[in-house]
Design a protein around this ligand. Sequence first.
Ligand code: 1HE
Length: 258
Amino acid sequence: MILMDHLLLKQHDAVLAVTLNRPEKRNALNDAIVNELSEVFTALDSSVKAVVITGEGEHFSAGLDLSELTERDAMQGVQHSRMWHRILDSISFGPVPVIAALHGAVVGGGLELAAAAHIRVADRSTFYALPEGRRGIFVGGGGSVRIPRLVGVAMMSDMMLTGRVIDAETGERKGFAQYLVDEGAAMEEALRLANIVAQNAPMTNLAVTQVLPRIADASADQGLMMESLMAAMAQDAPVAKERLRDFLAGRAKKVGEE
Ligand code: 1HE
């Protein structure tokens, strides 16, 4: 276990658990904590094949540390937002898949962080909100790009304009989370999923985390070409050939078997 100033790191076999560890401030994301996230995600050990990110205490994260916001002028604001983009991109487009285990508040920048992960598991205490609208600000951590991809522009507009809080059940139905579990069970489920993800061929994980979102952004024509190139690369890897041989020889699991 490694204790950084604001993060707690613990490796379970091939899965690294990263815990936001500032519960006294509801894991509000100040510059120090996002910089520590950057340190972790840009220097992952090659033994790490998947990451789970969660929060200590009652809440995943209360978002941007508002006490630091008052200090910035417009120019510094742009630079600060661009820093968040770089750091959250290091999560979205890092070397391995990332699963967010959510509970309590997942609000503002906390929701932007959760949206940078590839899968979200929420327990029943989870709630989602974008208080930026009511606080006279805007999202700055990539939320306007990532959140509409999960729940659509209409839902994000509603949350920002009205301050609407989305509960865990509605959040799962609308697409914030892919899994809804009992209170207190998000981390266990996220680790279980991360262990499955960690066993995938690395090229497949790379294709899903790095290429799929870019195909989604591209024109259909470019997307189809990227898909063909990625498919060819993935199937050419020795691990793919071995797994296909295993299936044909009856040695591999069937669909639905874990
Ligand atoms: C904070 C923050 C914060 C708590 N920045 N200090 N985010 C928000 O607008 C959400 C603001 N927070 C809340 O609405 C509530 O704190 C919660 C619903 C999340 C939790 O409530 P509760 O009752 O458990 O905690 P609390 O008593 O409100 O807060 C405990 C302490 O955390 C308190 O400090 P203390 O010194 O008085 O004990 C709070 O001030 C502190 N705290 N949230 C700073 N966010 C990249 S752009 C993204 C833009 C945004 O994220 S805007 C959304 C900001």
